[in-house]
Design a protein around this ligand. Structure first.
Ligand SMILES: Cc1ncc(COP(=O)(O)O)c(C=O)c1O
Length: 408
């Protein structure tokens, strides 16, 4: 068969990943969703398992994915306009839902304009294509999300045109700023708002303060870009994310509708000029079908809810459950990285123990994510818990009881 040689080569590559411990496990398949009942939150059925599971590994922080108003809006939009856009945006694939969602997310973040993408991942790729040039210099946090790292590669940023600072290390950021080579016209300082494996936030106020004196040094300026995919909707007093939490603003915001808002799709929000340049230059915006109207309609309702008393109640409940979980793990003597974000890391600091604990949670009906060596350095092995607004006090107690019963 014509694929024989390629199949063999790829199988060898995958075996190498498996030997290194970097291969992904087979995916678990969700086969059922059970509505909350009594004092318990939603439960999930998995293929091949008899028990029901609490998801403590979902990014859906406000827990809106099954909200009747979102379902109804998606359903109505689909019945009226169909399931697919039929073409890319510039070939009459633009529906009123796209424009409404762009205006709505721009207003939510206090920006003049926004463009939506299929995901935050493709938004980051598109942003790099928009801002990149041989005279652009990139400075990023060492723990930036894969989509930012990949974005710089795809945009062809050469090694000498980028610098990485140690995670949240402002002195190193200062050194990177000092060392921008001669001939650079434009500097982009880019970082996650919330670091998804740790739940800690970028010190945006300090980053902005450090960058300020450098803004006039470059003919095309210096801009800060925050990818607040895990922050927007879930963080800050009203869910405006890391900007609200730190009281500072970045020049360009990247985010997603696929986490706190419970739907799908990414966006870039900034000045009208930046956003128009995105429309003209970002291949991951131009040459691919946009989100369907159902996702847009659902995301619009999610934003309405986030800005309503119901949204405030969900955020308040979320904060209470985070506090309950954090005080529980502290009482049980486990280590974490402090912070009010729904990502709560449990530092296990041992690979075998991490794997055993993930299995123990599974056996006790709780889905969590474990990060073991070599994916993280030895000593940094962690289990990531993600609290969401549908978790009940009893759910959090169940997870804590599982932790307490672990004897490994
Ligand atoms: C910082 C950051 N950016 C982008 C993404 C990707 O988001 P999306 O699923 O919308 O592509 C993630 C998700 O893990 C993330 O943590």
């Amino acid at each position: 068969m014509s694929l024989d040689k390629l199949n063999a080569a790829l199988t060898t590559e995958i075996k190498a990943l498996q030997r290194e411990g970097r291969a992904k496990d087979p995916e678990r398949v969700i086969t059922g969703y059970l509505e909350p009942e009594g004092d318990r939150g939603p439960r999930y059925r998995l293929q091949g398992a008899d028990q029901l599971f609490i998801r403590m590994n979902s990014n859906s922080y406000l827990s809106l994915s099954n909200h009747p108003k979102l379902l109804e809006a998606a359903d109505r939009a689909t019945r009226e306009f169909g399931v697919g856009p039929g073409a890319v945006r510039f070939i009459d694939g633009t529906f009123k839902h796209h424009i409404e969602l762009e205006n709505r997310i721009a207003a939510f973040l206090g920006r003049p304009a926004a463009r939506i993408f299929n995901s935050a991942y493709t938004a980051n790729l598109g942003l790099a294509m928009t801002l990149g040039s041989p005279e652009t210099y990139w400075i990023g946090d060492q723990l930036n999300h894969n989509s930012i790292i990949r974005a710089m590669r795809i945009a062809g940023v050469p090694k000498e045109n980028k610098a990485i600072f140690a995670h949240n290390d402002m002195d190193e950021l200062g050194r990177c700023l000092d060392n921008v080579p001669a001939g650079i016209k434009r500097v982009v300082v880019i970082f996650d708002g919330i670091f998804s494996m740790r739940g800690d936030n970028a010190p945006l106020d300090e980053i902005v303060r450090r960058c300020e004196p450098y803004r006039d040094r470059f003919p095309e300026g210096l801009v800060t870009v925050i990818d607040d995919s895990h922050g927007i909707g879930a963080y800050g007093a009203s869910g405006r994310g890391t900007e609200e939490f730190t009281g500072a603003r970045a020049d360009i915001v990247v985010g997603t509708f696929g986490k706190a808002f419970g739907v799908n799709g990414g966006f870039i929000a900034s000045s009208a000029e930046v956003v128009e340049a995105v429309r003209q230059k970002a291949d991951t915006y131009i040459y691919t079908n946009p989100l369907g109207v159902a996702d847009c309609a659902a995301a619009l309702v999610a934003l309405d809810i986030a800005d309503s008393p119901e949204g405030a109640r969900r955020l308040a409940h979320l904060k209470d459950r985070i506090a309950q979980f954090r005080s529980g793990i502290e009482r049980l003597g486990w280590e974490s990285i402090p912070g009010p974000h729904p990502v709560v890391p449990l530092l296990v600091r041992d690979t075998a123990r991490t794997r055993a604990l993930v299995r123990h949670f599974y056996d006790n009906g709780v889905l969590v994510v474990g990060l073991a060596y070599p994916v993280v350095p030895r000593g940094d092995e962690t289990i990531r818990f993600q609290i969401n607004a549908a978790h009940t006090e009893a759910d959090v107690d169940q997870a804590l009881a599982a932790l307490e019963s672990f004897t490994g």
